[in-house]
Design a protein around this ligand. Structure first.
Ligand SMILES: Nc1ncnc2c1ncn2[C@@H]1O[C@H](COP(=O)(O)OP(=O)(O)OP(=O)(O)O)[C@@H](O)[C@H]1O
Ligand SMILES: C[C@@](O)(CCO)CC(=O)[O-]
Ligand SMILES: [Mg+2]
Length: 387
């Protein structure tokens, strides 16, 4: 028995960090995914372990299920079909299980992802032996929502083989969950994000679950229908960072300067709302595509300035901004910042030559550029077969 799930990464067009503090944000899925396959052994395999293979990193972790039962006895006895948060005590027990695996120091950032895996697995599948294989097209820890895509794909695969959702297991092609099942996948993925992020707003797992473009505020989403092409150059600075630490840094700054930061968050809220209005406004209205793009560019620059106020920009991000500005292109960081990826709007009338030139200049600085398709599908599953 095997099921595979895939979930997309995302870009945040406006509102990262401020969304954690109640502001509106706008995000779109991208066509780079994380894939999770789940397979239960057959009795003749004589396999009583839970295995997690992180293929891209050539890492494999394995726990005898008896060991998981011994360390986490309370998880299954209190199994509930509704997503639950991991308590501090259980987190400590999970950390012990992860520590036993001796993750190489250079890859220690994966420990939170492995912890999220153990929590979601035992909550949804109990102490069953299984092999879970993960691969990803997303750079990890770069602002493109790798943690959310991992949590969503994992929740999707685990729930596909649970009684909580209704799926046609005979369909051997990529299929979508029903509306209420999607909600369940999203809620479990949020619990995974909590373990990886500390204090997520929920925007990343929501856009990965539902796909397309969304407006998000205080846990609730509005699906957006874009009425204009939106081509974004994504520049990966390759400077590593950690969303949990950056989110905590903004919270600390907010505690130190509550009044000033509340104005910053309000300004971001207005920017996100204005951006979503422009994106959705009917195609042939009073504003031409070029006028809309100019407004979006200005909003991106304003948002970037406010992200700087929050303390989440970085020297390397400023280098990308300066480089793209030479070509009169507007940019902003995307995701948690502190390094990671930068978005640059490529206006419809921009010539291919300019795109090639700016890309070449960015790549000569050691950055990696890509143009991802935005607003595609959310989480999908596929039973058996080889779709
Ligand atoms: N494919 C994966 N396999 C295992 N763990 C993963 C995988 N993808 C993400 N993770 C976990 O998520 C962490 C990265 O999450 P983080 O939130 O810091 O960055 P991001 O999600 O890529 O960017 P952002 O949150 O800004 O969009 C990794 O260190 C790891 O713990
Ligand atoms: C930085 C942040 O706003 C977005 C990370 O992609 C964190 C979150 O909303 O959970
Ligand atoms: Mg993340």
């Amino acid at each position: 028995m095997e099921v595979r799930a895939r979930a997309p990464g995302k870009i945040i067009l406006a509102g990262e960090h401020a969304v954690v503090h109640g502001s509106t944000a706008v995000a779109a899925s991208i066509d780079l995914c994380t894939y999770v396959s789940l397979r239960f052994p057959i009795p003749s395999d004589n396999d009583d372990s839970l295995k997690l293979q992180l293929k891209d990193m050539s890492l494999e972790f394995s726990w005898p299920v008896s060991r998981i039962k011994e360390v986490l006895p309370e998880v299954v006895s209190s199994l509930s079909p509704t997503p639950t948060s991991c308590s501090i005590e259980t987190m400590k027990s999970i950390a012990a299980l992860v520590e036993e695996q001796n993750i190489p120091e250079a890859k220690i950032g994966l420990a939170t992802g492995v912890s999220a895996f153990l929590w979601l697995y035992t909550c949804i599948q109990g102490y069953k032996p299984a092999t879970v294989v993960v691969t990803s097209e997303l750079p990890l820890g770069s602002g493109l929502g790798s943690s959310a895509a991992f949590s969503v794909a994992l929740s999707g695969a685990l729930l596909a083989f649970s009684d909580s959702v209704s799926l046609d297991m005979s369909r051997q092609e990529w299929s979508v969950f029903g509306e209420s099942d999607l909600e369940l996948v999203n809620k479990w993925a949020f619990e995974g994000e909590r373990i990886i992020h500390g204090k997520p707003s929920g925007i990343d797992n929501t856009v990965s679950t539902y796909g397309n473009m969304i407006k998000f505020r205080s846990g609730s989403l509005t699906r957006l229908k874009s009425n204009m092409p939106l081509r974004m150059l994504i520049t990966n600075t390759k400077v590593g960072r950690n969303t949990k630490a950056l989110v905590a840094g903004v919270s600390e700054r907010t505690l130190r300067h509550p009044d000033a930061m509340s104005f910053v968050f309000n300004a971001v809220d207005s920017i996100s709302k204005e951006l979503s209005t422009i994106i959705q406004s009917p195609a042939p209205d009073d504003l031409s595509i070029t006028e809309k793009e100019e407004k979006i560019e200005e909003l991106m620059e304003m948002n970037q300035g406010l992200l700087q106020c929050m303390g989440v920009s970085h020297a390397v991000i400023e280098t990308v901004l300066r480089t793209t500005l030479k070509y009169k292109l507007a940019s902003k960081l995307t995701g948690a910042g502190g390094g990671g990826c930068v978005l640059t709007l490529l206006p419809t009338l921009l010539s291919g030559t300019v795109v090639d030139k700016v890309t070449a200049e960015l790549e000569s600085c050691g950055f990696q550029c890509l143009i991802a398709a935005t607003g595609g599908k959310g989480v999908e599953v596929c039973f058996g077969g080889s779709a």
